[in-house]
Design a protein around this ligand. Sequence first.
Ligand code: ADP
Ligand code: MG
Length: 451
Amino acid sequence: MTGVELYFSDIWSKTKTIIKDHDSVGKIIYDTYFDDSSLMDLSDARATIVVPTNLQKMVLSQKLQLISDSLHQVINRDVECEVLLASEVKKAQQTKVVEVSEELAGSDNVLPFYTFDNFIVGPSNKESHSASLACAYNPGKFYTPLFIYGNSGLGKTHLLNAIGNYIKQSDPNSKVYYTSSSEFVSRVVNSIKDNSIESFKETMNHLDVLLVDDIQFLAGKEKSHEIFFHIFNELVNNRKQIVLTSDRDPSEIKGLEERLISRFSSGLSVGMDSPEFETSLAILRFKMENQSLDSSMIDDEVLSYIATNFSKDVRKLEGALNRLIFYSINFGSGERIDFKTALGAFKGSSTSSDKNEISTTKIKRVVADYYGLTRQQLVSKSRTKNIANARHIAMFLCRKLLDLPFMKIGEEFGKRDHSTVMNACGKVEENIKKDSNYKQAMLEIEKILTQ
Ligand code: ADP
Ligand code: MG
């Protein structure tokens, strides 16, 4: 520690002692949220406090007055306090390096807190997880590019960075670079402006691993297409690893050149889906553990409620958990969170509506869950027996419960034509008649859908 850091740590530990003894902060709250905070900077007018988790940031930000009053008692002056996440500080420092040097070297942009260790695997993401791990384990050898697609909040950015972190750790000499496609575009634009495009291409061409997030934002940016195409080919030809993510399948990204789409599809494409109930519960438990929250702090019934109603994506799950804890600290007893507290916390907030109403999305999800498949598999081209069987059942249910036209159902299931859907529905009807196990499965699925 430098002298200044020692000075800060001394001030902060005295301040924390005052906070700890304050009436509005009990032992659990102090230990959970304040104990591992630190004072990163202190100027005449401002104090910057850093915490490891988002939840701590939220809680401390609600207690700024208390923090500032306590700090006043130690340093004898008023300062404005701000609370930052450790990851934000790191990112800000990294961005600064890039801005100053305008070089890629020295900053791989990989976000250190997204790793495979803190990624929970379940049926909805097991394909994308295992493909990512394979690429991380043996970069450039399995599939390049690996293309991961799925809706927002399902863990694409997390996996992409986990690949980067894994490779950096196993081979510190490996040149890894993470970027979003919009950042890539602005780098291209800036390099063209200041005549450094050749050196930009050169730097990119020498990477071992290129991770590009949200590639759909490359759409319509023609100059960037050309540069990206060039870099892409160079890396693939040299058996380097490229991993791309997008909110949709490569063929569905509008405004991308054909040659790019076909390149993107040339490796392996894997889809991610909304987490199932069990996975949602596992994620919630893991997030609590990660924030050093005792899992007995929240009733199981409450966790099930969140897992059922906020499982459209993982970001929503995390948000619901944070909201609940935040609410209980401010309005509850600050102790155990029961169902009543939970209902108070979520009053007025929208839960995923498709849970109560039957929709094609819900039918796909329930059928996929029932057969241990992903929604992507249901709409895929695959004719594997169990996938085709589940697909037929889902189509049949769309017809029976929603009374949709065959053509519309076909569109919903990977753009199949209406006769395929008609045949599928016919087959299901026959199977129900002749196979009692099949009929039983149908009844169970319908029950889940309508309850
Ligand atoms: P996307 O890029 O698909 O929009 P993110 O990767 O940003 O989604 O994920 C949103 C949040 O959910 C992040 O905080 C991420 O760490 C978390 N998350 C997503 N999937 C998982 C998972 N399987 N296990 C643990 N955390 C997850
Ligand atoms: Mg993302």
